[in-house]
Design a protein around this ligand. Structure first.
Ligand code: SF4
Ligand code: SF4
Length: 110
C-alpha cells in the first residue's frame, strides 16, 4: 500500500505533466490564431456569458458590455450582459480570444 508521501509525490508528478501539456496546447493555440492590423475581434453573442474577462485584458478599450433582453419573459435574471467589439480601436492583438472562457471570440478579417 502506498504511503501518504508516495501519493503526494505521484500527485505532484501528474500535476507537472498536466501543466506542461496545457502550456503546450496554449502555445499551439496562440500560434495558430490569426491576428494583427488586418484582423478584428468578433463576438459570437450566443456563446458570450458576460463574464467581463475580455474587457479586463483589452488594453485598447475596444470591448464594451451591453445589456441584452432575455428572449423569453419566463426567464428572470438580474443581469444578462454581452460583449461587443468596437472595430476602430481594436488592434487585432488576440488577447481577448485567449482570455475568453467560452471561446466566444474569434478573429476575422477587417
Ligand atoms: S470573455 Fe467571452 S464570455 Fe466573457 S464577456 Fe468576453 S466574450 Fe463574453
Ligand atoms: S483583439 Fe486585442 S484590441 Fe481587439 S478587442 Fe481583443 S484584446 Fe482588444
Amino acid at each position: 500500500m502506498s504511503t501518504r508521501d508516495e501519493v503526494a509525490s505521484r500527485r505532484g508528478d501528474v500535476q507537472k505533466r498536466i501543466r506542461m501539456a496545457l502550456n503546450a496546447a496554449k502555445a499551439e493555440e496562440r500560434a495558430t490564431i490569426k491576428g494583427g492590423e488586418t484582423t478584428v475581434a468578433f463576438v459570437t453573442e450566443a456563446q458570450c456569458i458576460g463574464c467581463d474577462q475580455c474587457t479586463i485584458v483589452c488594453d485598447d478599450d475596444a470591448i464594451e458590455l451591453y445589456d441584452k433582453a432575455m428572449t423569453s419573459p419566463l426567464i428572470q435574471v438580474d443581469i444578462n450582459r454581452k460583449a461587443k467589439i468596437l472595430r476602430d480601436p481594436c488592434t487585432g492583438c488576440r488577447l481577448c480570444v485567449l482570455a475568453c472562457p467560452t471561446d466566444a471570440i474569434s478573429m476575422i478579417d477587417r
